[in-house]
Design a protein around this ligand. Sequence first.
Ligand SMILES: Nc1ncnc2c1ncn2[C@@H]1O[C@H](COP(=O)(O)OP(=O)(O)OP(=O)(O)O)[C@@H](O)[C@H]1O
Ligand SMILES: [Mg+2]
Length: 269
Amino acid sequence: MVPMTTTLAVANQKGGVAKTTSVASIGAALAELGQRVLLVDLDPQACLTFSLGIDPEDLELSVHHVLTKGLDPAEVVIETDDGVDLLPATIELARAEADLLTRTGREQVLRGALDDLAASPTATAYDWVLLDCPPSLGVLTVAALTAADGVLIPLQCETLSHRGVGQLLDTVHDVRRFTNRDLEVWGVLPTLYDGRTNHARAVLENISETYDLEVIGPPIPKTIKFAEAPAAGRSILATSRSSKGARAYRDVAVTLMERSKRGGAKAAR
Ligand SMILES: Nc1ncnc2c1ncn2[C@@H]1O[C@H](COP(=O)(O)OP(=O)(O)OP(=O)(O)O)[C@@H](O)[C@H]1O
Ligand SMILES: [Mg+2]
């Protein structure tokens, strides 16, 4: 059977909704399920890179060189203790936005790089590529949506938390029209969820109805354990193996595995 790669962009231009935490945790959970996983840090803040135990300041090469200088991504990919590979970011990526802005085909740079990686005879054939987007709808997020099969929208279930969702969906529609016809919205992932409140549940229902979006569950509970994981350089799946949060992300990984069978994945090599 031809191996298939599912590329999922984790995007929401709202800050602090657990995009990075979700990429790290879902990545680790998929690796536990025996999947080969590549995580791509597309945020100049490099929080994903840092949270996987890598100090961005120690890196000479990063995703920035891949996107703006055409460097072979296989030369930049690092193995991490969480059982996933990482295409790391450094603060230099902040310049990529400006460097790419005047470049023809800038939307395609990430897709091109991932295609190169998939074609490389020495690189791993990944089952999953998860893209950690920055909190904006700029060039890097559009490049991620252009490279992706699907988009997962982490959402904190609070009043007004949905205000940016319409705008994100508009961007998705533009990407579909101009650069990636096959992009699918997989749905919203409720994060920082306090299920004890009726409010959180009501907001969640309201959002999925208003935007006609699927809810990818279970919701990720709000727990203090998440604050401790990044400093340890491991995801919560390793630092707090049996916590509610780790269990929820494992269940989400299973949901995503099932969702990926519905198609949309591209054949790797
Ligand atoms: N389920 C949770 N319970 C408690 N805290 C959480 C949970 N998920 C994430 N956090 C914390 O919330 C903060 C924001 O999370 P994270 O960095 O993953 O969000 P983000 O969407 O990537 O942010 P940004 O938009 O800045 O990139 C972090 O301090 C993280 O540890
Ligand atoms: Mg982040």
